[in-house]
Ligand binder design. Structure first.
Ligand code: SF4
Length: 245
């Protein structure tokens, strides 16, 4: 029988991951979702709208939407044709309209108009995947959840606190290293770090975990043109290490 490849493991231990996350939390002390909401229903709507769209744009659209459809029962009565022009600026508005109306109907028919409080039930709602479910669980329902988006994927793999391109595997790896009470904060902090510092073209000179980062040591430290692209000076620590080796 052919041997299956071993599952990848992060290069950092759980203890190292916690220390790294503590440093990042100090660099981004107010990390939180940037979507505006006042209850689980509103956050669910805003998160569905945020796919392939900035939080800022979503926050421009939702005040009117929440006023017109203040709960799942009201939204369930809307048609996709009515919703489309109201959410057009968030992109993918036809699919999002279908998801919103479908989600609201499912909440009304199966959960007495409430947003369900478990991952299992949330991911059965139209338009709700694991990431969206974790956002709502962690921020609005008081249930630990660690949403993995493209920023969390990129940043955690670069640092070495996760090792996979599969969001669900990364979620498991980060959840295994961090205490449940910190899961949502971990995601918020990595997202903010990915937006502000560890962008696709990273600003390593401004990063609090440069000394811990696999990508910085192996890629940025070893490849001069990558250093230049990232605006790093010739005298960075990684550069010095590289010069010694
Ligand atoms: S050192 Fe650079 S690559 Fe590593 S986490 Fe910081 S910004 Fe990202």
């Amino acid at each position: 029988m052919a041997k299956r490849a071993a599952a990848p493991v992060p290069t950092k231990t759980a203890g190292e991951t916690r220390r790294i996350m503590a440093k990042l939390a100090r660099q981004h002390p107010n990390a939180d979702t940037e979507l505006d909401y006042s209850n689980a229903y509103e956050l669910l709507v805003a998160t569905i709208l945020s796919a392939q769209c900035t939080d800022e744009r979503v926050n421009q659209v939702t005040p009117v939407l929440f006023k017109r459809y203040p709960n799942a029962a009201a939204l369930a009565k809307a048609t996709t044709g009515e919703l489309e022009p109201q959410i057009q600026s968030t992109g993918f508005f036809r699919a999002k309209s279908r998801s919103l109306v479908g989600m609201a109907n499912a909440c009304v028919e199966q959960h007495r108009g409430e947003v369900p409080k478990t991952m299992h039930e949330l991911v059965q709602l139209p338009g709700v995947g694991r990431k969206t479910a974790n956002v709502v669980l962690g921020h609005a329902l008081g249930v630990p959840g660690l949403p993995v988006d493209r920023h969390v994927l990129r940043v955690s793999n670069r640092i070495g606190i996760a090792r996979s391109e599969d969001p669900e595997v990364v979620e498991q790896q980060l959840c295994a290293a961090m205490p449940p009470k910190d899961w949502t904060k971990t995601s918020d902090t990595l997202i903010l770090h990915g937006r502000r510092i560890c962008k696709p073209r990273p600003l390593c000179d401004q990063c609090a975990v440069r000394g811990d980062c696999d990508y910085y040591r192996t890629v940025m430290g070893a490849v001069p043109h990558m250093r230049k692209k990232a605006g790093l000076k010739a005298s960075t620590t990684a550069n010095k290490k590289h010069a010694k080796s």
